[in-house]
Design a protein around this ligand. Sequence first.
Ligand code: ZN
Ligand code: ZN
Length: 635
Amino acid sequence: MTPPAGSLLLALLLSPAALAAQDSLATVVRAARMLDVSTGRMTSPASVSVRAGRIEAVGGAVPAGSRVLDLGDVTLLPGLIDLHTHLTSDLSTPDWVAEPVRGTPASWALRGAMNARITLRAGFTTVRDVGAGGFSDVALMRAIDGGLIPGPRVVPSGHAIGITGGHCDATGWAPGIAEQGPETGVADGPESVIRAVRYQVKHGAKAIKLCATAGVLSFEGSVGAQQMADEEIRAAVREAQRHDLPVAAHAHGPEGTLAAVRAGVASIEHGSVLTPPVLAAMKQRGTWLVPTLYLRQAIRRDLLPPPIRAKMDEVTPLMDRSFRLALRSGVKIAFGTDASVFPHGQNAREFAVRVKLGQTPLEAIRGATLYAAQVLGVEDRGVIARGKLADLVAVRGNPLRDIGSLERVAFVMKGGEVVDVTPPLPAPMAVVVRAARMVDVERGAVVSPGVVVVDSGRIRSVGGAGIPADAKTIDLGDLTLLPGLIDAHTHLTADYNRGWELRPAQETPGDRALRGARNAGITLRAGFTTVRDLGASDFADIALIRAIADGWVPGPRMIPSGHAIGITGGHCDETGWAPGVLQRGPEQGIADGPDGVMAAVRNQAKYGAKVIKICATAGVLSHDATVGAQQLSDA
Ligand SMILES: [Zn+2]
Ligand SMILES: [Zn+2]
């Protein structure tokens, strides 16, 4: 970014006035070039006028009073779309195999919050998420759409649907340990498959993902064998069509791919083993191919269990061949990556792999814009044109000549809002913080000046002694230093704003965790570096403390209590519901009698509580009649 554009960007990012005014004010984005993906022509110079989240005009005069954002020597493109991601998982971590038995919907959602942020910064303003546990992808969509956390527009599919013991089941576990059903996407027989589809749709899926054949990253024997029966695939497609949702079919081997194509799926994902008859059928039916080619270069082979590594080695040489065959056959090809198999944010590396194998840069870019929108069945994005969503990216250079330029986006706008794409700086080891004054809270004195030497995350000295040679100085000027503030009573995963009363029966653990992520961020920015969290459902607070500790989301140090402990029908129980709804036991902190209370305490400690919260008396924000009556008995 040239300095003038950079400072303008910064002003746009920081100014609350800019945010407040954005509905009424137009923003004009100017750039040296713009790629019209429909015609394939490069326009120069380019000017796009944006208002209220949509593109108002392309080219033409600058509306009076509008804000001009001159990006300089860059190429504007429509916001990129990745049709095959799994935001809530990371197979680049060594413990991914244990996720079905260690992960929770709350932890998946929080991991998704990190990956959503990274993916948006990489220029992807829309992603389809093709398989996530506990509706954590739906929670992500809601949190992003609700403005709680940054991220791309998410098109979630809920749980991927496949057979018992198949690629999309949790395999490798003892009987009874990680058994699944239609609700979590594992279904046998057309009726069960229909139930699985309906359940995903009921709980927010905007696309349906099928695991038509065996896969690589799972423990069944084959890589490409057909898994779902023809009639099961047909039943799923017909049901999805009734909801007007496109079906994406994971398919490697030719038999299963052909069965999926004949059943009428919208897209074949991966398509690693394509044959001329399969390609002919795809072409005839207009089935999209969504290959995922970059992953084989990026996957950490050393982290794969040996049986999976063997399958990987078997299928990868076939992928290039299939892609070349597909190019020659003229089937429709759109863009997907399987991000999660490789680190999120590297999605754009898929472009160069495709171009190297013979796809033109323009067709590769269309796959992630114009064509991807068609696969999703949406008309509001994928091109830069009047009336479309104001989702834009800019790259330095000309991506038609240098496809790798898409890996280094210089500018991202989503819905008219500029996204901060500056990479976070690594924190220096040693820092000297200087300020005009410092409060010594122990002595009750104000010291002047305040000088604090910080090394490796700890205060090394106060007053200026022993400053390391490599220390970076932060001079705060006329400010007063205090210790980081501590709030001993918060509930980060809850908000008592409009709609709070029904949320216990409406929110998923993922929703709660992401609400917590938003509140953790704003609490830290308000100066609170430590909080006690006194009462959260589903151990969303425990998931949050881990997410903060691992750097997934910013937030204060947390001392979580898990569920608050109280009596049946008391302040910390769920009251006001019909009998049987949200009925709580010691696991959820509701206990009667000393034995029950002990069980409640032990359950909170077992799952990570660092403080125990008890509801000794009645309260205000609950449906028990009194405000102050004793509830937990002395015993
Ligand atoms: Zn996948
Ligand atoms: Zn409280």
